[in-house]
Design a protein around this ligand. Structure first.
Ligand code: ATP
Length: 370
């Protein structure tokens, strides 16, 4: 009996130790990843971290220096972009302004030499799938930003790719439309079931839309996980700082006790962390310390392992997501506290004195480079 590769085709896309060097500079540094069929996978990282380079290698516009890329279980090294079962949606969409919507969507099929009846049927089906069934005769200039977005996706989907690669496709839209399109894109992906690989530097886009997010930094993946994992259980200081908001300090591990650890701050004062969640921290280690704004209570009755007297600098009312900027009275350290929904702090104003408290288990520390 011959043995099949173990479930190779449960993944639409796989990278094995993919490296890309430009002369001496390593833009993508030994990336391995597997993307399950039908999932929404985002690659999230700051400008210059290597996201686009990685995506271009998946698309076939660039060849890896070493490593392998597999699509549906087979290596695609050496396969040109137009022969790979992937398509790419660019930030600037690259729709043809001289053609109407149907002609734009039909373009790839025509180039492949499909017959007229097939093209016509597929264009109609695809426009319906992206929710714009009647837009065929329209000119591109008659479409809204969000509609253009969907047509750009339709133009790729019509070719029935296994994987759709999206390069910051919301980048060019205004804020309100971006917010709307986040939800639309997620829903669209869910409905059509095509695997999406989405690159972005915007953490809220990645959190809202993705099944899995890879956080990328300096050519490497720092952590791959579901949005909730990354938010509640970051493995590195980079992930803790990049995903979601945090209050941050630099400190040094002081006394360690059975149940808690004292982190001394250079400005004086200290923060308590839980021993249980930081079993290996040792006295004298420099650490980056993170506490989420929503973990902190104002004049609250929760755990009081940490208590800071602070002065309110600003109250930023923004509906449900309101927050307060405060300043530690002893150290001058600026902090942000998320306001609870109850409205009890409706009268809070600049200059007020407040007590901030949080439990030691809400403090997250990472050993810092010396
Ligand atoms: P952005 O969000 O700004 O597009 P990115 O994460 O997509 O950033 P890349 O475009 O992949 O980053 O670039 C990663 C690094 O590789 C950068 O330092 C860039 O200058 C470098 N780089 C990219 N393409 C080339 C190239 N053709 N030649 C030399 N260096 C390159």
């Amino acid at each position: 009996h011959f043995k099949q590769a173990p479930m190779a085709d449960q993944f639409d896309l796989e990278c094995r130790d993919v490296v890309k060097k430009f002369d001496a500079f390593t833009a993508v540094d030994s990336i391995s990843l597997t993307i399950p069929k039908g999932s929404f996978f985002s690659i999230l990282g700051p400008s210059g971290c290597g996201k686009t380079t990685l995506l271009r290698m998946l698309a076939g516009f660039q060849a890896p220096t070493s490593g392998d890329i597999l699509i549906k279980g087979s290596s695609v090294l050496g396969v040109p972009p137009n022969r790979r079962p992937v398509n790419m949606v660019f930030q600037h969409l690259a729709l043809f302004p001289m053609m109407n919507v149907s002609e734009n969507v039909a373009y790839g099929l025509k180039r492949r030499g499909a017959d007229r009846a097939t093209i016509e049927k597929k264009v109609i089906d695809t426009l319906a799938r992206v929710g714009l069934p009647d837009s065929g005769p329209k000119q591109i200039s008659q479409l809204s930003g969000g509609q253009k977005q969907r047509i750009a996706i339709a133009r790729c989907l019509v070719l029935e790719p296994a994987v759709l690669l999206l390069d910051e496709p919301l980048g060019a839209l205004d804020l309100k439309l971006r917010e709307h399109m986040k939800v639309e894109l997620k829903q669209l992906q869910h409905e059509i079931g095509t695997t999406f690989v989405y690159i972005t530097h915007d953490q809220s886009e990645a959190l809202v839309m993705s099944d899995q997010v890879a956080v990328m930094n300096a050519g490497r993946f720092e952590q791959v996980g579901a949005p909730q994992d990354l938010y509640y259980n970051p493995h590195t200081a980079f992930v803790a700082g990049f995903v979601g908001e945090s209050n941050r300090w630099k400190g040094t591990v002081g006394m360690t006790h059975d149940d808690h650890i004292v982190i001394n701050l250079p400005t004086g004062g200290a923060v308590l962390a839980s021993r249980k969640t930081h079993p290996t921290l040792a006295e004298g280690q420099p650490v980056d310390v993170f506490v989420r704004p929503e973990a902190i209570a104002i004049d609250g009755q929760g755990k009081t392992d940490n208590a800071i007297a602070a002065k309110v600098d600003n109250v930023l009312f923004n509906g449900a997501a309101s927050s307060v900027q405060v300043r530690d009275k002893a150290t001058g350290h600026e902090m942000t506290v998320a306001l609870p929904q109850t409205g009890v702090f409706a009268n809070l104003k600049s200059g007020d004195l407040v007590n901030l408290t949080w439990g030691a288990e809400q403090t997250r520390c990472f050993v810092a480079a010396q």
